[in-house]
Design a protein around this ligand. Structure first.
Ligand SMILES: C[C@@]1(CC(=O)O)c2cc3[nH]c(cc4nc(cc5[nH]c(cc(n2)[C@H]1CCC(=O)O)[C@@](C)(CC(=O)O)[C@@H]5CCC(=O)O)C(CC(=O)O)=C4CCC(=O)O)c(CCC(=O)O)c3CC(=O)O
Ligand SMILES: NC(=O)C1=CN([C@@H]2O[C@H](COP(=O)(O)OP(=O)(O)OC[C@H]3O[C@@H](n4cnc5c(N)ncnc54)[C@H](O)[C@@H]3O)[C@@H](O)[C@H]2O)C=CC1
Length: 210
């Protein structure tokens, strides 16, 4: 296993997408949403999608700019339906971050199946064995994360700031945090979607703790 999972901050990074079929469009949207500088080489694109992407800051080019854009960019996505061309692009970009949609062997970046709910991002990968199962598992996992989980995260975010100022030892802060996730009154408030009451109770517990 030579892969590890990371979250990259793509803001202001230069990303080149070659090809604007299903995959190229999907990848373009994904990187535009991270506020990367997205450069797109296209032969043909739906004018409505082109407008949407230009509004989000994308810049469009034809094939003659391929070499100079590879040089300029940090991450390259080869997503044409010409697999030979994708391979050539990937080989030229071996010292960059490269996602070759048609050849995993030439990729050093995998685009996982991803969803975001509240402050949680889940990304999963089936080892290039089954993108369809990745999609199915994504939906399955999506259903298991509840509003209450998201509220627990918000509660901990709020209480962590106060804890760092009031409880000096990290191990003690951890103990207190665990207490919050198991306190039945707090959890009942979160069941009722009442974050404010849960916070009040947590702050009261903190006062008692000291
Ligand atoms: C290696 C990888 C690429 C990479 O990282 O660049 C890759 C490769 C390939 N996928 C192919 C096909 C399909 N891909 C999808 C869908 C997704 N594919 C995605 C990721 C990945 N796909 C990476 C591995 C992820 C993993 O293993 O977990 C997802 C998760 C993320 C995303 O793309 O945004 C997204 C689901 C998003 C979601 O909804 O969650 C569907 C389903 C559909 O379209 O509905 C099909 C048709 C069914 C099928 O063919 O299986 C083919 C062509 C095969 C052929 O020619 O026959 C190749 C190339 C090859 O296998 O050679
Ligand atoms: N990684 C993934 O999730 C998936 C990968 N694939 C693979 O990725 C590749 C792309 O798949 P799709 O987007 O579904 O194909 P598609 O057929 O929808 O789109 C291919 C695009 O490449 C463009 N193109 C072809 N030659 C070009 C050139 N010289 N310069 C610029 N653009 C060019 C075409 O105009 C077209 O818009 C295929 O090789 C396919 O096997 C397919 C499905 C999913």
């Amino acid at each position: 296993m030579t892969l590890t999972s990371l979250f990259l901050d793509m803001q202001d990074k230069n990303v080149l997408i070659v090809g604007t079929g299903e995959v190229g469009i999907r990848r373009s949207r994904r990187f535009l949403d991270t506020q990367a500088n997205v450069y797109i080489i296209t032969k043909h694109i739906d004018p409505q999608i082109k407008d949407e992407f230009i509004k989000k800051g994308a810049k469009f080019y034809d094939n003659t700019h391929l070499d100079s854009l590879i040089k300029k960019c940090d991450l390259i996505v080869a997503a044409t339906n010409n697999t030979q061309l994708n391979d050539e692009i990937a080989k030229k970009a071996q010292d960059k971050l490269i996602n070759c949609a048609s050849n995993i062997e030439l990729s050093n970046v995998i685009v996982p199946s991803t969803f975001k709910i509240g402050d949680v991002t889940v990304s999963l990968y089936t080892g290039s064995k089954s993108p369809l199962m990745a999609k199915k598992l994504r939906k399955k996992i999506q259903q298991t994360i509840t509003t209450k989980d998201i509220l627990n995260i918000k509660l901990q975010e709020n209480i962590r700031d106060t804890l760092k100022k009031t409880i000096p030892q990290q191990q003690d802060r951890k103990k207190f945090m665990k207490q919050i996730t198991t306190n039945s009154e707090i959890q009942k408030y979160l069941d009722e979607n009442n974050l404010q009451k849960a916070e009040e109770k947590a702050h009261n517990l903190l006062k008692e703790y000291k």
